[in-house]
Each structure stands twice: as structure tokens, then as C-alpha cells.
Design a protein around this ligand. Sequence first.
Ligand code: CLF
Ligand code: SF4
Length: 291
Amino acid sequence: MARDFDELKLLHPCFAMGKKGTTGRIHLPVSPGCNIECRFCDRQINDHENRPGVTGSIIAPEEAPEIIGRSLELCGKLTVVGIAGPGDTLATDNALRTFRLVKEKYPELIKCMSTNGLMLPEKADEVISVGIDSLTVTVNAVDPEIEARLCDGIHYHGQYLQGVEGAEILIRNQLEGIRKVAEGGVTVKVNTVLVPGINDEHIEDIARTVKQCGASIYNIIPLIPQHKLKDVPAPTCSQIDQARQRAEKYINVFRHCQHCRADAIGVPGETDYGEKIYLRRISSKDTFSHG
Ligand code: CLF
Ligand code: SF4
């Protein structure tokens, strides 16, 4: 049985409400490819592409138990095993395979996964049966016209669908997926990348909609201007604060996100043992904070 929200508030650094968490997480970078094309993401790796320099940074699912063991020796505060990229966790089977191994060897650790949600409806049963405790879905819009300004296209069942057509499927799947896993007892966090001038006036709609679908907590991530949105200014502190206040009318808001790398290990914002454990770290260009 997955841990409930109350238990996660105590044990999971990204579900601690109103205060900074004191526990830690290890991220396992097992998921190389992505199946959508966010305009602010520099990676541009798709399902079918293997770029030099990327594979070397990724670990195999079978390596995970040993890496966790060494990390626990370095940092006794680790309570969570998270998989947050560097691509999408459901674009390949790597993440779910890894969690099965983790469950066998370290059943006491909380299993946390982050996805863009495109494949979630068809993977929901597996996510539940593997025993994922907390799932983050990044939902940047619930209006396809807005989403199409944030995501160029999706790779879905062998088809490449662009603009509003792709955005409609992405949003439909995200919301349906959230509903399914939440009904199955998984605590759902939703992340939104706040992009001034595109989705900043849309935050209330997102927060209300995902709450209705069963999400428990909401995290607003400020845009890092890069790739095709490199000329959009990052949101100011007051814009972030305003967005959080608007969202808070509908859903619990998490305020201590540290925009972790996909290969971070330690207490978010305090310690990072990633350098010591992963021989080659993922280059910052190859990862986007998925949390
Ligand atoms: Fe990792 Fe994300 Fe799980 Fe946390 S991070 S997969 S929910 S264990 Fe946390 Fe880091 Fe923010 Fe993410 S501080 S980026 S919210
Ligand atoms: Fe994929 Fe995440 Fe990059 Fe979007 S931000 S393209 S979901 S890796």
C-alpha cells in the first residue's frame, strides 16, 4: 500500500508543508529519452534518438541497488528514491524496472517518480502495482492553445503530432492519468513551469483542474529562460509569489523546491553527494528540473 499524504508530509522532503524538509532523496538518472518537446528544454532528445554524451551519463536499472547502498552510507537522511529524468520516466521502461529492484532491496524507502504524463493513462496500473508512493506530473497548461506555446509536439504511438493537436492529447492524458493513479492511492504532486506572458494568467485554472482530478500538492517552478524560450524573462519573485497565492485558493502549495538535478543525492538545498557517487554527472544541458 502506498504511503498517504500525511505520512509523506513527515518523511518526504518535497511534501513537507509550510517548512523546509529535513530528509533527503536520491535521484537515479535512469531515463534518457523524452517523448515531448517542451520549448524551454534544451535536451531535444526523443524516444528514438541516442545522442553521444548522453548515454554515458545514464545509469542502468541494475546499477541502482548498489548506488543506493553507497549513498545511504554517505547520507543517513535519505528516505526517498526518486526518478526525475533526465528525460521522461515513462518514455522507456527503465524507471519502472528500477523501482521493482528498489522495492525488493530497500522496501522501506519511499518511491517517487516524476513524469510529463503523456503515457500515464496506459501505465497507471503498473505505476500503482509497482508501489510508487508519490508521483509528480508536470502540467504547464490545461488549455491546448496555451500548451501549444510551451510544447512544440509529442511523439505518441509512432506518430508525431504538433501544436494544438499534440497539446490536446498531452493534456487529456495528463488529467486522465492523474485521476487514475490518485484513485489507486498514489499521492500526486503537480509541477507547473511558470512562464511569464504565456501561462502566468492560467495558474488558477491549472490548480483548480488538477485538484479536481485528485492531485494533493502543487509546485510552481520558475522558468529558466533557455532554448526556444531563451528570450522570455524569468518570472520575478513577486510574480512567483502571486502565482502561488492564486494556486493556494484551490490546492496545497509546496514552496521549498530546489530545482534538483536528475542525479542529485542528499537533502535538497543542503547537501549533494552526487559528485561522489556518479562518476560522470549529467551535463546541465542534458537535464531539466523535473522534480
Ligand atoms: Fe525528486 Fe521530485 Fe520526488 Fe522530490 S525532487 S522526484 S518530488 S524526490 Fe523536490 Fe527537487 Fe523540487 Fe523536485 S526539491 S525539484 S520538488
Ligand atoms: Fe521532456 Fe522534461 Fe524536457 Fe519537457 S522538460 S522535453 S518533459 S525532458
